[in-house]
Design a protein. Structure first.
Length: 171
């Protein structure tokens, strides 16, 4: 059975849950200002949008047989992104979330079943965290990274040393 429809369905479910959360948030939570130590819903939505865009960049590079972008230390990058986007308005944040989802869906639709089902090679779990590090070794690695990232996000998952929580479930 093809895996792409399952992935697209999983993405749609995650998108629906994001939007259910967005629509339920009261104004005081939409306009709240977060800190590096404690992100608000707006900060988390920005974070999700940015990393969706980065997945598109990595997948696109892999499809073109180009080197994947190297984003360096993801915790430092997350902090830089937080500072860069923390003052954006709620409507701009939600628009960014919608745009990043649309771009990601379009990108996933271009991935072949063969690439989605390819077996990652030994050594591709370079992060030491138990999660794939996207786009650092092979094309299959990037695609598996994408799939696993969708599958592992669950309520309460936190970055080490941060109180940022991803309140979205794709299960």
């Amino acid at each position: 059975m093809p895996i792409k429809p399952k992935i697209l369905n999983l993405m749609e479910r995650a998108y629906d849950e994001e939007h259910a959360l967005v629509s339920r948030l009261p104004e005081n939570e939409r306009s709240a200002t977060g800190t590096l130590e404690k992100w608000t819903a707006k900060d988390t939505l920005s974070h999700l949008s940015i990393w969706k865009e980065r997945f598109v960049q990595r997948i696109t590079a892999e499809q073109r047989d180009e080197p994947s972008p190297d984003y360096g230390n993801y915790l430092e990058l997350n902090d830089e992104d937080f500072v860069k986007y923390r003052d954006r308005s709620w409507p701009v944040t939600v628009e960014h979330l919608e745009r990043s989802y649309t771009e990601l869906v379009a990108c996933v639709q271009t991935i072949s079943e063969e690439d989605l089902l390819a077996t990652p090679q030994e050594g591709e779990n370079a992060s030491g965290t138990g999660y794939w590090v996207p786009g650092t070794h092979t094309r299959s690695h990037t695609f598996h990274s994408f799939i696993l990232t969708l599958a592992i996000h669950h309520p309460g998952k936190q970055n080490p040393g941060r109180s940022c929580c991803f309140p979205f479930s794709v299960r």
